[in-house]
Every structure is written in C-alpha cells, then in structure tokens.
Design a protein around this ligand. Structure first.
Ligand code: AMP
Ligand code: FES
Ligand code: ZN
Length: 305
C-alpha cells in the first residue's frame, strides 16, 4: 500500500476518502480536515481566544495540540470530577501532556465547587452521567465567560456527532435537531461552542494521536455503563463499511439542508430563560439553576449527617 500523495509506504488507509497515507501526509490530511471544518462552518479565527475542554482522551488532546500547531490561541480546561482512580489519572495525563508541549492549562476542581461527582452520585436516585454532563457543560461555559474566552471547543468527532444526530432523529427530538451541529453561536451569557473535529472519525483521531506520540488516558469512567451511543455507533460503522463516506455525507447534509426545517419549528415554541439568582447563569426554570440546586442538595445532606 503506497501513500496517495508521495508514494512512500502508507501507514493509514481511509476508505471514505479512497486513500492511503504515509505518516507525514496523514498528519497534513488531518490538519487540512480540521482547517476545512473550521472555515466551512465559520467556527473560529486566529483572533479568537479558544478554551479547549480536555478530558485526557485522544480526541480532546489531539484537538488542543492541533489547534496550537495551526497557530490558534488555545488554552486547555480540565474539569477534575474527583472520581476515584479515574479523575486522578486523567488529570495527570492532561497535566503531563500540557507541560511537555508547553500548552496553557486551567484546572477546575469540582470538589472545591462543592460538586464532587461521587457525592452527587450518592445524593441521586437516578444515574449520575446526565447530571455530570450538565455540571461539566455549566462550568465549560462559566469558565470561558469569566476568563474572557470567545469560544469553547470540545473534542467531539464525526462518529460522536453522527451517533447523536441519528439518536435525535430516531426520537424526532426537535429541540436538539434545531441546534445540532459543530457550531452553537454565542447568545447572552452562553459563549460560542464549537466542535472542530467534526469532519474526522474516531479512527482518524486515534491514528493522529498515535502518530504524534500523544498518550491518552483510556480507562472508562467507572460510573458509565459503557461509552455513549455504543449500539448506534456499531450500526453506523456497518453502514459506513458498506457505503464508505456515508457518515460525513449524512452529517453535512443535515447541517446544510436538514437543520433549517427544525429551526423553523423550534422558533415557534420559544424557551424563556432567566438568570439563576445564585450563579447568574441562564436557566429555563423559575428558580435557581439545576447545578446550584444540586450543590444545595449536597450541602443539606452534609448538614444533616
Ligand atoms: P465525552 O462526553 O466524555 O465523550 O466528552 C466529550 C468532550 O467533552 C471531550 O472531547 C472533551 O472536549 C470534553 N470533556 C469531557 N470530560 C471532560 C473533563 N473532565 N474536563 C474537560 N473536558 C471534558
Ligand atoms: Fe461523568 Fe462518568 S464522567 S459520570
Ligand atoms: Zn445557578
């Protein structure tokens, strides 16, 4: 197998692109896909101050590394959830990586915020994952706003995005389908959110991480029953195998043609937001926001104990 570009021995074969690449040409391909994804959807510019949420996984570490390589002003943000074994080693991975590469990094500790995830889990009667996701998104936004960042970037890749889109489509979830996509524009106290890896598959980011010497944290979260959308990802993988390139076509078709129809439907429904009287960030409920409510719940449990 020879590299499509330089004809040296290839190390990565990509059926969706009908191509194989050597190491250097694959890294160039990866950079071009990130750049195309950013430019095509107007995600960010070199003038933006980008906060990159890094979990220690291959996608978000690759994203922070690649944005910095391309000359973007990118800073990492790690949310330490205080989950035994898992958070500590993920944090060490992120800290070591950023120190070695000279990358800027913020750490935000949920324990100090009164929201250590094991305590949240103990206080809840339902699975902790969705609440944990809500807490992370709250802090992503809040730290970006308070730090004067213009954009918050996450490491979601094409497989994550297509699986989520497919899941929302199966449920015809209009409120998600109206805003799904690699760009969520800023609005009020919500900073702009972007997913610059949306054109790249999990296989491609894994190869990028491997070929650039990134050593990600790979242990799964002990509280998650499995990775998200496992079944849908497997179905989509079979589809992609039979019809290479279909995942990217489906996703691009949605953001360029499909989403518009759902946006129009959602506009009529309107969700009035108000500022949480406690943290000041927007919430759709009448009272304090969900994150402040959980924090109070934990404080009350502690006081009762
Ligand atoms: P996940 O939902 O775990 O697949 O993560 C999706 C994206 O959210 C990752 O690519 C990161 O950008 C971000 N992320 C997840 N967990 C954390 C964390 N603990 N700290 C910072 N960013 C995170
Ligand atoms: Fe939040 Fe596992 S990472 S519950
Ligand atoms: Zn609040």
């Amino acid at each position: 197998m020879k590299c499509k570009i330089c004809k040296r021995d290839a190390v990565v074969k990509l059926r969706a692109h009908n191509a194989a690449f050597c190491r250097d040409c694959f890294l160039n391909f990866f950079s071009r896909q990130v750049q195309r994804g950013i430019e095509q959807e107007h995600l960010c510019t070199k003038e933006d101050r980008i906060l990159v949420a890094v979990s220690g996984g291959k996608d978000s570490l690759s994203l922070l590394f690649e944005l910095t390589r391309q000359g973007y002003d990118a800073t990492g943000l790690f949310i330490d959830l205080a989950i035994p074994a898992s958070s500590e080693s993920a944090r060490a991975t992120v800290e070591d990586f950023c120190a070695r590469q000279g990358l800027k990094l913020h750490i935000c500790e949920m324990k100090k915020e009164g929201l250590a995830i094991p305590d949240v889990k103990a206080a809840l009667k339902r699975p902790v994952c969705s609440v944990c996701g809500k807490i992370k998104r709250h802090y992503f936004n809040r730290i970006a706003m308070e730090g004067g960042y213009t954009v918050l970037a996450t490491g979601h890749n094409l497989d994550d995005e297509v699986a989520r889109l497919f899941s929302n489509t199966l449920r015809w979830d209009i409120s998600y389908l109206s805003c799904d996509g690699p760009l969520l524009p800023a609005s009020g106290k919500f900073v702009r959110k972007i997913k610059p890896l949306w054109r790249l598959t999990e296989f491609e980011t894994a190869n990028y991480a491997f070929l650039t010497g990134i050593e990600p944290h790979i242990a799964p979260c002990p509280y998650s029953p499995g990775a998200s959308f496992t079944t849908l990802k497997a179905v989509l993988q079979r589809l992609e195998y039979a019809m290479p390139g279909r995942k990217l076509d489906f996703y691009q078709g949605f953001i360029h043609r499909g989403r518009k129809g759902f946006e129009n439907m959602e506009q009529d429904r309107g969700h009035p937001l108000h500022d949480c009287p406690e943290c000041g960030y927007p919430t759709s409920g009448e009272d304090i926001c969900g994150v402040c409510r959980i924090r109070h719940q934990l404080e009350n449990r502690e006081a009762e104990a």
